[in-house]
Structure formats: C-alpha cells, structure tokens
Design a protein around this ligand. Structure first.
Ligand code: SAH
Length: 211
C-alpha cells in the first residue's frame, strides 16, 4: 500500500471517527493527522490500521481503537510544557501521540519485547523526547515524578496509590477502572489533597498486570 493511501485513510479517520464524534482540541486532531498509525502494527494489519476498532499487537495485547486514544488524550488537557507518564507502551502509538504534543514523555511497559519493538519504531520516526522504562507501571516511575499528566492504557481494579502521589498538585490522570472484561474510563483531577473524578464512559481494556 502506498504512503498517499495511508495519508488519505488517516484524514478519513480524523474526520469521521474523531471530529464527528466530538473531539475538538486542535492540537489533539493535529497529532492524529501526523502520526502514521500503520507503522505501529504488523505488515498484514496495515490495511486495517485506520479502521474504527482495536488491533492485536502480539503478546496478547492490543493497540486501542483510535477514537479511544483521542478521547483519553483530549481529556488530559495537555500543554506543550507538560511532563507526561504513560503506563503500557504497547505498540507505542499512544506514546507517539503524546510525544507530538508535550516536551517530555516517560513510558513504562512490563513486556520487554513489546517495549523494544515500540522503541525501534519511535526511534525511526525521530522522536527524541521519550524515556523508556521496562517495569511494572503500577508503581509509577518515582525518579521523574511529579507529572502534569498520567495516562494508564491498561485496566486497573482500583486507582494505584503510587500513581496519585506522583501527580503534580494540579495534575490529571486518565485510567480505565473496573473488572477483567468491562471498565469505566475515569478522569482524575488532583487539587492538593483532593481528587475529583469524572466518568468518561464504558471501555474495554486488557488488564494492568501487577508484579
Ligand atoms: N498504549 C498502547 C496500548 C497497549 S495495551 C498502544 O497504543 O498500543 C496495554 C499495555 O499495557 C500492554 O502492552 C501491556 O503489556 C501493558 N501493561 C499491562 N500491565 C502493565 C503494568 N503493570 N505495567 C506496565 N505495562 C503494563
């Protein structure tokens, strides 16, 4: 498939799956227009990379549906100067979207082979503002804390305490919370010792595996 064809499919995705469903933030839409989603999936999956559904990326993991990635990103209300922590690098697609929008991204993945694959693609695309950690992301990454925003791309039973404590006083976190098969996507806003949470709707993510 030709690059022009991928560009056309990407524009179609941004228009029909994002703008038409209420994603408004111009910097979010611009990031989705730039990042080549097909580069993050295996060759045989590339013709489907811009379709309105998740795709398998090996090791029993998935790259989320494009709209869900957009919804999560927009909810974080990112500024260019933000430092962001992502839990669950997976394919690296969401990592690329974040790296387009902010100065500094830290991304944690527990499966080393997945993170190596993601890093290779992200390096080839020229991203220089991403820091990679292979570890259990439930504990966050204290070394670079506090963060303006934390994005968790696997489902937690409850909100990990360490992640809350690594958020800045005005920080935001987006995290799917619930059982093994169904969860709700939450936006947590920290204001000093107080957190408020907003339910962004039902989602389905692979579980956050601890330990
Ligand atoms: N953001 C990814 C979605 C990946 S799916 C993308 O755009 O492709 C969720 C990822 O979270 C999987 O790669 C899984 O291995 C990882 N994961 C699950 N539990 C984890 C944990 N405790 N710490 C770090 N990563 C974890």
């Amino acid at each position: 498939m030709h690059e022009d064809e991928f560009t056309r499919m990407r524009e179609h995705m941004v228009h029909y799956q994002m703008k038409n469903r209420g994603i408004r933030d111009k910097s979010v839409l611009a990031a989705f227009s730039r990042v080549p989603r097909h580069a993050f999936v295996e060759k045989h999956q590339q013709p489907f990379a811009y379709n309105d559904h998740p795709l398998g990326i090996g090791s029993g993991q998935t790259i989320s549906q494009p709209y869900i990635v957009a919804l999560m990103t927009e909810a974080l209300r990112l500024k260019e100067t933000d430092k962001v922590l992502e839990i669950g690098t997976g394919s690296g697609y969401q990592t690329a979207i974040l790296a387009e929008m902010v100065d500094e991204v830290h991304t944690i993945e527990r499966i080393a082979s997945l993170q190596e694959g993601a890093k290779k693609v992200l390096d080839e695309l020229g991203y220089e503002n991403i820091h990679y950690v292979t570890a259990d992301g439930t504990d966050g990454h204290d070394e670079a804390a506090p963060y303006d925003a934390i994005l968790v791309t696997a489902a937690a039973r409850e909100i990990p305490k360490d992640l809350l404590s690594q958020l800045k006083d005005t920080g935001r976190m987006v995290i799917p919370v619930g059982g093994h098969f169904f969860q709700d996507l939450f936006l947590i806003r920290k204001r000093g010792d107080v957190h408020d949470r907003k339910n962004l709707g039902p989602v389905r993510f692979v579980p956050l595996v601890s330990g």
